[in-house]
Write a protein that binds this ligand. Sequence first.
Ligand code: XUL
Ligand code: CO
Length: 440
Amino acid sequence: MSEFFKNIPQIKFEGKDSKNPWAFKYYNPELTIMGKKMSEHLPFAMAWWHNLGANGVDMFGSGTADKSFGQTPGTMEHAKAKVDAGIEFMKKLGIKYYCWHDVDLVPEDPNDINVTNKRLDEISDYILEKTKGTDIKCLWGTANMFGNPRFMNGAGSTNSADVYCFAAAQVKKALEITVKLGGRGYVFWGGREGYETLLNTDVKLEQENIANLMHMAVDYGRSIGFKGDFYIEPKPKEPMSHQYDFDAATAIGFLRQYGLDKDFKMNIEANHASLANHTFQHELCISRINGMLGSVDANQGNPILGWDTDNFPWNVYDATLAMYEVLKAGGLTGGFNFDSKNRRPSNTFEDMFHAYIMGMDTFALGLIKAAEIIEDGRIDGFIKEKYSSYESGIGKKIRDKQTTLEELAARAAEMKKPSDPGSGREEYLEGVVNNILFRG
Ligand code: XUL
Ligand code: CO
């Protein structure tokens, strides 16, 4: 197999004082943090579409990066070269997982889904052959049900029963390939599952049809031996003005409404959180407290732009608060998929490595600092103390559901006015986080 990234050595951990661009400064896979190796806390994954597919094309201009890997795009030779390049890339970074959409793996035949499916069989055989003897595995797979023009009115939410059959066929095939590649999860991101205007939309019918498609996916997945989690990846807008999976709370409500909550969890993407005017931490926290934090799409938005920019994660504050939630959840059943792309002018192979090294170091730093916040105890101690009125007396009765509105009202009448609820101490707590982040 020819080497694609000839100038790039194996990326190793050298520590924070290293200035070697081809070394991790913080990601030390062997380091033990809170009883687990860093590599186990952080199962990183490569996103096939960005890393091996995205060439910088945008609505104002063509691609700037060459992702042909020596072959003609749109051919099976190119699809195989992407496998070879992807495996070399993951090996050089020590990444063990990859994520894909069906059409990232092979070119889609515009006229015959049977041809596309045969190509998927061929490429998955090739991936298995090339990853044999390595520890590289699939994290999750998904069907791209937003790119093809047939999905212009949605996939599970389409008005056309014929198109719905194609959504079902793609999910069926993508599930089969996920199982074949040993995937831990299967993702539904509802790219076109939403609407532009209610003037032409039956929301109830669309949501019921999406839920039915998910139920059929669960039934089929379990019947072919898929033991992992299904994930919904919430996103509030883009491409549609209104998307049904707006945020974690909305998606969790939908799953419970339709009896899908036992098989599904959340795949939380940082940039989708910010599009919903939430923080990354908020979305992780809502998923965690509902027992539904499954996986993460690791990236960040550009706060001065209103769309999904999929920058590589650079913000250590956000990564720290994200890892705080992940640690509190006891880890992920999925992993950290870099649904991130290089900026258009960062168009060389070297830039692909710089991006992953930086992104992996950001989450490693986040993990180190989140563990320090927990071990430090000032934040958790403050929160515990803040709610201490519920630990005894009437507060405990409230928590234990041992009281009534009448009893509480009688207490209020007796007290005439409540005691001081106490300061929220936000600025003090922000100072604690800064202290932990920058004390060296
Ligand atoms: C789109 C997005 C997708 C999903 C998988 O914003 O995040 O790439 O991760 O379909
Ligand atoms: Co994503």
